[in-house]
Design a protein around this ligand. Structure first.
Ligand code: APR
Ligand code: PHB
Length: 389
């Protein structure tokens, strides 16, 4: 088997890359270790920057996000019992779209199937070979049978725990990491959301976030200890803690109900440099992780594959590798800015036990300043709606 581009991983990065390449006339094969249902079972942030929505349109999968996505022209910051707006539209002329990442993945999977593109699910022991030379290939086992795919390029879109980054010799890669001393406990519930806008709350009991998937489905989070287990948190305990961390004006709007999903996620910042190793490119979570405050993960992944797909298209159409040679530099310049914003927003909104009462006062001073300064609101809004590709 041979294809121009072998894509490892069928998450949002791999599927969007595959679809963009298809629209540019570049064939590709996606190799994924899990089943399609497993991939669709993951629940992740649902705030899309306009750059991401534009790329979905470019990939031919913009119809449903356009029809069903909720447009938000501001988001909410709560602290000291008060509710404040960051007016994205007034400050930047842009909005964000609330649309679940699971739905993005579903739309891309459907489009891939409709286009007849080749996807291998449940591939075991995926391995990358020869990307430091001119004839890379990928091997895996499917139903016990060894398979081989020869290609021109390999795109490592297989997430933080994937095989692609792990295949790079240690002396060729540099990594940067910060692990935060808490996690997020999240629940999904079929109850009307407290607001159509996303609410980020700083509270002395810890951070809370109100988000949504639709007018009838809410996605809420509270900062929790890394020692906590999901089984430590009954639905009642979650609702009580969530309400305690919101100003009364918002807490009064909570409709409680049974959770349909509940999970704890650790928070991490991580970047690998560079994002190219010979004929292997990294994109999305395989190259970088942001803490979810600000919902940059999917948007960064979309930016990476936007750059990579155009660079690959240029290689095949114009026989030029200039854009491929510049991919890592351009992607990383954008990645580090989103890393900075996600780290800053996380730092300003969460309780850090080791920072004590002084740290908490610094957060309130910064939040007070933010709400009094149009200049700072513009800077925050500009980052929240997303930096240009
Ligand atoms: N071989 C093949 N596939 C693999 C392997 C492997 N060895 N290891 C992991 N995968 C698959 C995973 O099963 C997953 O489906 O790669 C895919 C990676 O998907 P994601 O983890 O979603 O990463 P990415 O597509 O880069 O998504 C970036 O989505 O998950 C969020 O926080 C993330 O928002 C960010 C965005
Ligand atoms: C979510 O909808 O899950 C979500 C929204 C905003 C964030 C993080 C997660 O910053």
């Amino acid at each position: 088997m041979r294809t121009p581009v072998a894509i490892i991983g069928a998450g949002p990065s791999g599927l969007l890359l595959g679809q963009l390449l298809h629209t540019y006339g570049v064939d590709n094969v996606v190799i994924e270790q899990r089943s399609a249902d497993y991939v669709l079972g993951r629940i992740r942030a649902g705030v899309l920057e306009q750059v991401t929505v534009d790329l979905l349109h470019e990939a031919g999968v913009g119809q449903r996000v356009q029809a069903e996505g909720l447009l938000d022209d501001h988001f909410v910051i709560a602290f000291n019992g008060q509710v404040h707006n960051i007016d994205l539209l007034a400050r930047t002329g842009k909005r964000v779209t609330v649309y679940g990442q699971t739905e993005v993945t579903r739309d891309l999977m459907n489009a891939r199937a409709a286009a007849g593109l080749s996807t291998v699910y449940e591939a075991d022991d995926v391995a990358l070979h020869g990307f430091d030379g001119s004839s890379p290939y990928v091997t895996w086992r499917k139903d016990g049978v060894e398979q081989r795919l020869d290609c021109d390029w390999i795109a490592g879109c297989d997430g933080y725990h994937g095989v692609s980054r792990a295949s790079v010799p240690a002396d060729k890669i540099q990594t940067f990491e910060k692990v935060y001393p808490f996690g997020w406990l999240g629940i999904l519930a079929d109850v009307p959301p407290i607001s159509h806008e996303i609410v980020y709350a700083n509270h002395e009991r810890g951070f809370a976030l109100a988000s949504l998937r639709s007018p009838t489905r809410s996605r809420y989070y509270v900062q929790c200890s890394l020692q906590d287990q999901v089984s430590d948190w009954s639905d009642d305990a979650f609702w009580a803690e969530f309400a305690a961390r919101l100003p009364a004006a918002l807490a009064d709007k909570i409709t409680t109900g049974p959770s349909i999903e509940k999970s704890i996620a650790p928070l991490r910042s991580f970047v690998a440099e560079p994002m190219r190793f010979g004929r292997l490119f990294l994109a999305g979570d395989s190259a970088h992780i942001v803490p979810p405050t600000g919902a940059k993960g999917l948007n960064l992944a979309a930016g990476d594959v936007g750059l990579l797909s155009r660079a690959l298209a240029e290689f095949y159409k114009e026989k030029s590798s200039a854009a491929l040679d510049d991919y890592s530099r351009r992607a990383l310049a954008r990645v580090w800015k989103a890393e900075r914003f996600s780290w800053w927003f996380t730092t300003m909104m969460h309780r850090f036990p080791e920072n004590g009462a002084f740290g908490a006062r610094m957060q309130i001073a910064e939040l007070d300043y933010l709400m009094s300064s149009e200049a700072m609101q513009t800077a925050v809004a500009e980052n929240y709606v997303g930096l240009p590709l």
